[in-house]
Design a binder for this molecule. Structure first.
Ligand SMILES: [Zn+2]
Length: 161
């Protein structure tokens, strides 16, 4: 089974990280932002980007065409709801969406807010990895982490009103 190192440094063995998260076996550092019958949204603070959200299905599926009608409707509703909250609460103007079906986990969509500093890494898919690595290596400081955690809290409040 793959070993997963959590943001707090703990290592756990899980069959599927997404299953472990969405079933509540692992509580994401920072907490769950919103949860429905079919989906689960949290921030992975290992990438300390304010407002970054990972939206995962609760079922262990990998491909878009495996979503049921109910899941499809819930997915788009939730995606829009989270996007609206990012704009309203955090003033996020643009978001990049990333989702790969050949994941080692299961169905999850990255919602990566676009900040000014990211443009030096490019304007499209090629910038995603450098942006994530940069955040992990250079933004992992107390001041930024505090901002990230406060943003998670505010998003969760807005989404669960
Ligand atoms: Zn899974």
């Amino acid at each position: 089974m793959p070993k997963v190192t959590l943001a707090n440094g703990k290592t756990v063995e899980v069959e599927c990280l997404s299953c472990a998260l969405t079933s509540g076996l692992i509580t994401p550092d920072g907490g769950v932002v919103i949860e429905t019958d079919y989906f689960h949204a949290h921030q992975d603070v290992a990438y300390p980007i304010k407002g970054l959200i990972i939206l995962a299905s609760k079922r262990h599926i990998k491909c878009f065409d495996e979503l049921t009608d109910e899941e499809q409707a819930d997915y788009i509703t939730l995606l829009v709801k989270i996007r609206k909250a990012q704009r309203k609460i955090l003033g996020i103007e643009y978001v990049y969406y990333f989702y790969n079906e050949d994941t080692t986990h299961h169905f999850h969509t990255w919602m990566v807010p676009r900040y000014e500093w990211m443009y030096e890494f490019g304007r499209s898919v090629e910038s995603l990895r450098p942006v994530l690595l940069y955040s992990r290596n250079h933004l992992n400081n107390d001041a930024n982490m505090q901002e990230v955690r406060s943003a998670i809290k505010k998003l969760a409040e807005e989404l669960n009103r």
